[in-house]
Design a protein around this ligand. Structure first.
Ligand code: SAM
Length: 330
């Protein structure tokens, strides 16, 4: 069976493709609010060729992201084409989407019909006013909620919600999100804030860490940890009465780099082996110059071998990534 492996013995089977770095939200912890898109978008056929080669090399999961991926016309057809790929075991790759959910309600059914398996919707508050302050877009909350509900209705399963917690801003939303998970039957995942924002405002003090989330949520209802697979980013917990699940993604307080199985393609076709990479690798330039599939494969294998061992968040001499989250694809 083909297998992409790095020099630390990690097997890479998870691919994230950013299909645009445009976004219709200006979340305070992600964007400056004034900067726009910075990088090109490729025709879908170029991402498809990269995905086909990578699936041939052992990728089994593909997540579409951005920027805001639903801003790209043609995403349904792209998902349909991705769904025709086959892994070495003859299976369709698992196809997921990360979105802010603003445009999701209308397109959830066509995406599901095209072969999308799962969706993650980013929401950083469950209160409409706070939601608008974070996203800097008026009246978004109702659209996103409609998107979440439409996703459940059409059978995208599971529907996950990503919430980035910032101290002094939305950590009072922890328990309301617990209630939301139970009422809406979605998996809410809290993400520790990472130094990947355009404004470079990150400090360790702003991060609301895993232990604090668990202890705050336990004031509402006791939690039981669920066993999770090594390569899963989130620690998982269920409420003690069995209704509802939350997850915590803790790259700052509990790094999981040793189990990382991910690589990324940026909207302009660069291969990135870590969110915090200081370099990216120009796969698209090779394609543009007419490289064969064999040449592209050779390039990918070499780049992946040199995947970074781990990130260095919070350590002295930390070097910021060469791109911020919205321009990488989260
Ligand atoms: N627009 C889509 C969305 O809102 O989900 C996809 C792109 S967005 C960059 C992907 C995810 O990254 C979102 O869940 C967002 O909250 C998260 N994110 C952005 N900046 C982050 C940061 N500095 N630390 C942790 N997560 C971040």
């Amino acid at each position: 069976m083909p297998n992409l492996t790095d020099n630390f013995g990690r097997s890479i089977h998870d691919l994230r493709i950013s299909i645009t770095d445009r976004c219709n939200y200006r979340c305070v912890y992600c964007r400056t609010g004034t900067n726009g898109a910075a990088f090109a978008e490729l025709p879908f056929e170029d991402y498809l060729r990269m995905a086909r080669i990578l699936v041939g090399l052992g990728i089994t999961k593909i997540r579409l992201t951005g920027g805001e991926p639903l801003l790209r016309k043609g995403i349904v057809e792209f998902v349909r084409d991705l769904a025709k790929l086959r892994t070495s075991e003859g299976k369709k790759p698992d196809i997921a989407l990360t979105t802010n959910g603003h445009l999701l309600a209308e397109i959830a059914q066509p995406l599901k019909d095209a072969g999308l398996d799962r969706v993650t919707v980013s929401m950083d508050a469950v209160d409409p006013e706070r939601f608008a302050r974070i996203t800097r877009v008026p009246n978004g909350y109702e659209s996103v909620l409609a998107g979440v509900r439409a996703s459940r209705r059409v059978g995208l399963d599971p529907v996950k919600i990503n919430c980035v917690l910032l101290r002094g801003f939305n950590e009072d939303q922890i328990i309301p999100f617990g209630m939301f998970a139970r009422e809406e039957r979605v998996v809410v995942r809290f993400i520790e804030f990472m130094p990947l924002e355009e404004d470079r405002v990150w400090t360790p003090q702003i991060v609301v860490a895993l232990d604090e989330v668990v202890s705050r949520m336990s004031e509402y209802l006791p939690l039981q940890e669920i066993a999770h697979e090594g390569s899963e980013t989130a620690r998982r917990y269920r409420f003690s009465d069995g209704v509802g699940e939350i997850g915590i993604i803790a790259p700052v307080s509990h790094p999981f780099c040793g189990h990382c199985s991910r690589i990324r393609i940026t909207s302009d076709g660069k291969l990135r082996t870590c969110l915090f990479s200081a370099w990216d690798h120009d796969l698209h330039e090779l394609m543009r110059r007419g490289a064969t599939d064999e040449k592209l494969t050779e390039f990918i294998v070499k780049v992946v071998e040199k995947k970074e061992e781990r990130h260095h968040i919070g350590e002295p001499g930390f070097v910021p990534a060469s791109r911020t989250m919205v321009h990488i694809g989260g």
